[in-house]
Design a protein around this ligand. Structure first.
Ligand code: BEZ
Length: 260
């Protein structure tokens, strides 16, 4: 079986137009995380993995002073076009220095495999007593989709598991990491969140599953996605024809101990 080292590219690219067509639900479903943050006017907030800035904008509209950071040049350009303070940054090497009242993140932390490096940066970015409020994918998230992708790659002799780009932790593991970084946990919840997709699962695959599809030559990817869709149809397509993805989320609110 071919392994990851045989493949040329496992990176995910973000096309802001495709993202707003296929993934607007990500920000729409993140509104509950904003509520958990309880942002106060005048607070300085870091939006970690801000993407095109849809929730950054919401925080700004609530009167906060917000800096959005994301590794995607394209998404940051889209956020800047909306007038946001958005910066291209590797969220695993943040480099801010005790300057934020809160760090906020929706649907981004699971793309960052070095969770401790992220937490080092979050801790350093916060003022003493600052909050870290976030939601991410958790253990079991998109398991049916991952399995179908891995099986379809295995039929082509490719090790799909080695291309998994996501970190989906159990609640206990992430809680331990938070505590080890000096946080007190006010709230943490792992929950199934079956997620209605705006189209068929192929659109989701095009938007989010590039680390898997890029194992194949470009001219084979459409057939591959159709094959994955066919495998998932009995599991994720509802009788009325709409698709529901098997998301599992971890939502938490933590506070940095004053002496953390
Ligand atoms: C998300 O945006 O929440 C997500 C993306 C890829 C896999 C699972 C979840």
């Amino acid at each position: 079986m071919k392994t990851d080292t045989d493949c040329t590219m496992t990176e995910q690219h973000w096309d802001p137009d495709r993202y707003s067509r296929n993934a607007r639900f990500v920000a729409d479903l993140g509104v509950g995380v904003v509520d958990l943050l309880k942002p106060q006017p005048g607070e300085r907030i870091l939006d970690l993995g801000c993407g095109d800035g849809a929730l950054t904008r919401k925080l700004v509209d609530l009167g906060c002073e917000v800096v959005g950071v994301d590794a995607s040049t394209e998404q940051i350009a889209a956020a800047k076009r909306c007038g946001l303070d958005a910066r291209v940054k590797d969220c695993q090497a943040l480099g801010f220095d005790h300057e934020f009242d809160a760090v906020f993140s929706n649907a981004a932390l699971h793309w960052m495999k070095d969770a401790d490096a992220v937490l080092d940066g979050v801790k350093r970015a916060l003022r003493p007593g600052g909050r870290f409020v976030a939601e991410m994918g958790a253990v079991g998230c998109v398991l049916k989709i991952r399995t179908a992708l891995e099986q379809a790659l295995a039929r082509r002799g490719i090790d799909g598991a080695a291309r998994n780009p996501w970190y989906f932790p159990p609640a206990e593991e992430y809680a331990r990491r938070l505590e080890n970084h000096g946080f007190t946990i006010d709230y943490i919840l792992l929950f199934d969140r079956p997620t209605d997709l705006p189209g068929a699962v192929t659109s989701w695959l095009e938007t989010f599953a590039e680390p898997y599809t890029s194992a194949l030559p470009a001219n084979e990817r459409a057939t591959f996605c159709q094959e994955v869709e066919k495998a998932l149809q009995p599991q994720l397509c509802q009788p009325d024809g709409h698709w529901v993805a098997d998301y599992v989320r971890l939502r938490f609110a933590a506070k940095l101990k004053p002496d953390g």
